[in-house]
Design a protein around this ligand. Structure first.
Ligand code: ADP
Ligand code: MG
Length: 247
């Protein structure tokens, strides 16, 4: 479904992604692991087009601060120079880190905003799926999103991404700052989302909570891919274990 080859991203002279190649197959749940500053957000932003967007904006201002090279193929098309919006239309949806929501809008308004490129009837169907997936949101429908707990905001953020109709859903540290109970809810929801036909890549600093559900994981250090394998293969590796599982 997605093939990334020799991807490099520089901010000024700092290398954020170093000669990275990986693939995602249809129907997989893929883990992208790495400590703080490893490059997880840059990788997901580059897949969704945000890095390219930032680069173009800076070029317009006369700067050449960001350099991206390599290739990104999605469903057999080269998407490297597509705008974020075009990638959204192709089904690449990013749920950004720290559960971003529109604070002054209600939960339902937020969810609907996720479907800004879709028809009203399609949005309605997706809303139903989101409420089935996260029943606590039903009661919160008319509440301002800014007043919600971190876990509830994350449900809204994932819900917005779903209303955008992903084929490939990229989740950037969805478990960050959540209680163990909420983490388990997000993990459960991710399996349901996959059942719904969506392929998933999720980044995390701590691999343990999502290890049971991933098909494969990629471990990144300083923008470089250092290891890949199935959940079990990664868990069995002593170095990985001490660095990413806290044991
Ligand atoms: N907009 C930016 N401008 C300059 N440097 C950046 C920018 N975004 C990220 N970086 C740098 O790129 C590296 C990777 O960051 P990031 O992708 O945010 O990692 P992670 O999400 O794994 O914490 C870090 O060294 C960070 O400081
Ligand atoms: Mg990040």
């Amino acid at each position: 479904m997605l093939n990334v080859n020799n991807l490099m991203v520089f901010y000024e002279n700092a290398l954020a992604v170093n000669d990275l190649s990986f693939e995602i197959k249809q129907g997989e749940i893929i883990g992208l692991f790495g400590s703080n500053s490893a490059g997880k957000t840059t990788i997901l932003n580059t897949l969704s087009g945000l890095t390219h967007h930032l680069k173009v904006r800076e070029q317009r201002k006369g700067g050449t601060r960001i350099t991206i090279s390599g290739s990104i193929n999605y469903l057999d098309a080269d998407i490297m120079s597509l705008k974020p919006r075009d990638r959204v239309e192709l089904g690449i949806i990013l749920c950004r880190e720290r559960h971003p929501v529109f604070r002054d809008n209600t939960v339902e308004e937020n969810l609907k905003l996720g479907g800004y490129l879709r028809k009203a009837q399609e949005i309605k169907e997706s809303l139903q799926f989101v409420y089935e997936l996260f029943p606590p949101l039903i009661k919160l429908r008319k509440n301002k999103a800014g007043m919600l707990s971190g876990g509830e905001k994350e449900m809204v953020a994932i819900g917005m991404s779903l209303v955008a109709k992903p084929k490939l859903l990229l989740m950037d540290e969805p478990l960050l700052g959540l209680s163990p109970h909420m983490q388990a809810e997000v993990v459960r929801a991710t399996l349901e989302i996959r059942k719904h036909g969506v392929t998933v890549m999720m980044s995390e600093q701590y691999a343990r909570p999502i290890m049971p559900i991933i098909d494969r994981g990629y471990i990144i250090e300083n923008g470089t891919l250092v290891m890949t394998g199935t959940g079990t293969e990664l868990m069995d590796n002593p170095e990985v274990k001490s660095a990413y599982f806290g044991t």
